[in-house]
Ligand binder design. Sequence first.
Ligand code: ATP
Ligand code: MG
Length: 314
Amino acid sequence: MPHYEPSVSRETPSAHSAQPYADTPIAAAAERASQVLTPGASGTLPRPASPRIMTVANQKGGVGKTTSAVNLAAGLAIHGLGVLVIDLDPQGNASTALGIDHRQPGIASVYEMLLDDVPLRDAIQRSPANERLYCVPSTLDLAGAEIELVSVVARESRLRNALDHDVLAELGIDYVLIDCPPSLGLLTVNAMVAAREVLIPIQCEYYALEGVGQLLRNIELVQAHLNKELHVSTILLTMYDGRTKLADQVAAEVRGHFGDKVLSTIIPRSVKVSEAPGFGMTIIEYDPGSRGSMSYLDASRELAQRASVEGGLA
Ligand code: ATP
Ligand code: MG
C-alpha cells in the first residue's frame, strides 16, 4: 500500500442539488456548483513542461498564504493538473484544509524530510479533496526546526534536496506549492531555495505593502547566493472588500508597483472561504458555486495559462 493514500476519508457535501427556481441566487450558485463538479466540465489546463515549484510567501501574518495555497492547488487539480502542497508552517493549516490528519502520532511529515532524511515518497499523502492533489503535512515538531536546522549541513537546501523529481514524475505532479510560515527564517529560506517562483498574496487592507520591501530584499539575497533562478512571478490580491474605497486604492497601488505580475483575478473577502478549513475542506469542495470558489478557480486558470511565460508548456 503506497504511503500517499489518504489517511482519512469523509463525505463530500452535497448541499447543492439543483433548485427549481433558476433565477434565484441559490439556484444560480447550485448551477455553477454542478458545472464545477462535473468531471471534465471545468476544462483542462496546459501542463507545464516540468513541474512549476512555487513558494507562497509573505512574512506578514494572516494575508491569505495558506488559503491561497490550498485553494489554488484545488483549482489546478480540478482542471486536471497534478499538484503537491508542501505545508511548511508548524501551524499545519494547509494540511488541515486539505483533509490530512497531521496530528496522528508517528506520521512522516515535512519535519522528517528536512531533518531526518525521510524521503518524499514516505511523507506524501493524497488529499481526499481530489485524486490529483497531494500534501506533505506539517506537524508541531516543525516549530523546533528553525533552531534545529541551524547546525545541520546544507541547512538552506534541505527541502530542495528532498524534493525527489522521480516521485513527482511518477505521481504526475505539475505544480508544487509551498506554504510558508509568517517569517523570513530558515523554513522560508528552504522554500525559496527549493522553488523557482515566488507567489506573494497581498491583502487588500491597510498596510498591505508593509514588509513587502523586506521580503523582496530577502528574495534578492537568496537569488544572489543560493538560487539564481528565484523570482517573483505572481502577486495575488486577497480579501478584497468591494464596499470600501480602501480596497480599490490598495489594488491600484499594488498594480502600479508590480504591473502584470498581479493576477487580474482578485479574491473577495467571503465568510465561506474562512469556514471551509474548519471542515477540513477547500472552498471548492465546501461551496463550489460560491464567489470565493469561483474566484480561486479563475485565479488557478490564470496561473496555469501564464506557464508559457514562465518555463514553457508540455
Ligand atoms: P499565517 O501568516 O498565520 O500563516 P496566512 O497568511 O496563511 O496566515 P490565512 O490563514 O490563509 O493567512 O488567512 C488568515 C485568516 O483569514 C484565516 O482565518 C482565513 O480563513 C481568513 N481568510 C483568508 N482568505 C479569506 C477570504 N478571501 N475571505 C475571508 N476570510 C479569509
Ligand atoms: Mg498560513
